[in-house]
Design a protein around this ligand. Structure first.
Ligand SMILES: NC(=O)c1ccc[n+]([C@@H]2O[C@H](COP(=O)([O-])OP(=O)(O)OC[C@H]3O[C@@H](n4cnc5c(N)ncnc54)[C@H](O)[C@@H]3O)[C@@H](O)[C@H]2O)c1
Length: 251
């Protein structure tokens, strides 16, 4: 029960990694705010959790929406201890020569600026917590060259943002960390189920990730077990960053 009497705000919690994280934190005692732009799915996750959970509509691309969602959390529970910034995503990408500025801007807005908006809104509540932690969800795409440049560049901004904020807000006892998942079996891979099976071969641990694998790492970084860890990026990736070519090399 690492999160008893704590309030966690989880963006992107209506599906996939965010939903698994909300369930994990709730299971460990947290009161959980499901902050997502998908209302039906978000309400369903909150309803399945039962007490100590509520859905708030939140579009991380819109400052007013984020501010209102955090204000609703304050009004409902009077505190905020963990901010888990999961909302994000990619898009079908043309080659860079044909990339419209708008698509670049949209992906940076969603994946990088959106996280900043959540942190900015949450800070006044987090400073009042004695156990405040922020966990941002990046990707291995932000750590190495796996393609999808606009998405990758946006995700690569998060480790630096976390480092700077860790230093700036360390004296106020707010920790900032990042998880960088490898391939995780969520709905985003549904159109490419076959690729997903092939991709498992690239992973030294022989499988792609499940949302619960990422949720466990997020819960660790958000908990007091990580009380002296701040400013880091933790790949949660079945070993792919350690040995992306291990199959090709016959090892
Ligand atoms: N699935 C993977 O292989 C993988 C790998 C690395 C990183 N990630 C990252 O993990 C995070 C979650 O991905 P997932 O696979 O669980 O995806 P998902 O589509 O299952 O869930 C994403 C959630 O974010 C919400 N969301 C999207 N845009 C939003 C916005 N503007 N405002 C509020 N909510 C919004 C969606 O409604 C959805 O509920 C993303 O940031 C993604 O980039 C995923």
């Amino acid at each position: 029960m690492r999160f008893e009497n704590q309030v966690a705000f989880v963006t992107g919690a209506a599906n996939g990694i965010g939903a698994a994280t909300a369930r994990r934190l709730h299971q460990e005692g947290a009161t959980v705010v499901i902050a997502d732009r998908e209302e039906d799915a978000g309400r369903a996750v909150a309803a399945a959790l039962g007490d100590r959970a509520m859905y708030v509509r939140c579009d991380v691309r819109d400052r007013a929406s984020v501010d209102a969602a955090v204000a609703a959390t304050r009004d409902a529970y009077g505190r905020l201890d963990q901010l888990i910034a999961v909302a994000g995503g990619s898009a079908v990408m043309p080659p860079l020569e044909e990339l419209p500025d708008q698509l670049w801007d949209d992906l940076v807005d969603l994946n990088l600026t959106g996280v900043m908006r959540c942190v900015r809104a949450a800070l006044p509540l987090l400073v009042d917590s004695d156990r405040a932690a922020v966990v941002m969800v990046s990707s291995v795409n932000g750590l190495a060259a796996f393609g999808e440049e606009p998405y990758a560049a946006a995700k690569a901004g998060l480790p630096n943002l976390a480092m700077n904020l860790a230093v700036r807000y360390g004296p106020q006892r707010i920790r900032f960390n990042v998880v960088a998942p490898g391939t995780v079996r969520t709905r985003v891979w549904e159109p490419q189920e076959r690729n997903l099976e092939g991709m498992a071969q690239l992973y030294p641990l022989g499988r792609v990730g499940e949302p619960e694998d990422i949720a466990a790492a997020i819960a660790f970084l958000a908990s007091d077990d990580a009380g002296w860890i701040t400013g880091i990026t933790l790949p949660v990736d079945g070993g792919v960053m350690a040995g992306p070519l291990h199959r090709m090399l016959g090892r």
